[in-house]
Design a protein around this ligand. Structure first.
Ligand SMILES: [Zn+2]
Length: 182
């Protein structure tokens, strides 16, 4: 396995709509190897999700995982999940603002509104169909990663930029934590 280089904001790959992956290609060894590399890269950088364009590959693949996060022990857990060609549909009108960050926009946080509940349709890592309804933090991560596959980043979704903060200032002025967590 390999840790892949993460594309940062300004790289055109982050602004492209990624190519769908034909279902028959998911089980190919090169695709499986790439998924393993994405998982390893996400874990290396303590991400809760990673989309293929973030590692310079314009294909509709994303990985998500929240284990016991060293910096966010209270974060709800999400078991490792691979989604291919995901389609998200908001369920209901409810939206919720909360902080987001992104490995491609390092050292920033911003308040971003997201649909509270979404319906996900996708392929999984073995080409199986996934259909589920996700809520709250899980729904937020799904929306963040699926946005990447459509050339969007969280700052595009911010209603205004007044909360956009560098990490040390975010810790100092926007959180009540005793010590820096970035
Ligand atoms: Zn991101």
């Amino acid at each position: 396995m390999a840790i892949l280089k993460v594309a940062r904001l300004g790289h055109p790959v982050l602004r492209r709509v990624a190519e769908p992956v034909p279902a028959g290609e998911i089980m190919r060894p090169e695709t499986q190897r790439f998924i393993d590399d994405m998982v390893e890269t996400m874990r290396e950088y303590d991400g809760v999700g990673l989309a293929a364009p973030q590692v310079h590959v314009s294909r509709q693949i994303a990985v998500l995982e929240v284990e016991s996060h060293p910096r966010y022990p209270d974060m709800p857990k999400i078991p490792l999940m691979v989604i291919v060609n995901p389609v998200l549909t908001p369920v209901g009108e409810e939206a919720h603002p909360d902080w987001e960050g992104c490995l491609s926009i390092p050292e920033f946080r911003g308040i971003t509104p997201r649909a509270t509940t979404v319906r996900l349709e996708a392929y999984g890592r073995r080409g199986e169909r996934i259909e589920l309804v996700a809520k709250d933090f899980f729904a937020r991560v799904l929306q963040h990663e699926t946005d990447h596959l459509n050339g969007k980043v969280y700052v595009d979704r911010m209603r205004d930029l007044t909360t956009l903060s560098h990490l040390p200032e975010w810790v100092r002025y926007w959180t009540r934590r005793d010590e820096a967590d970035g």
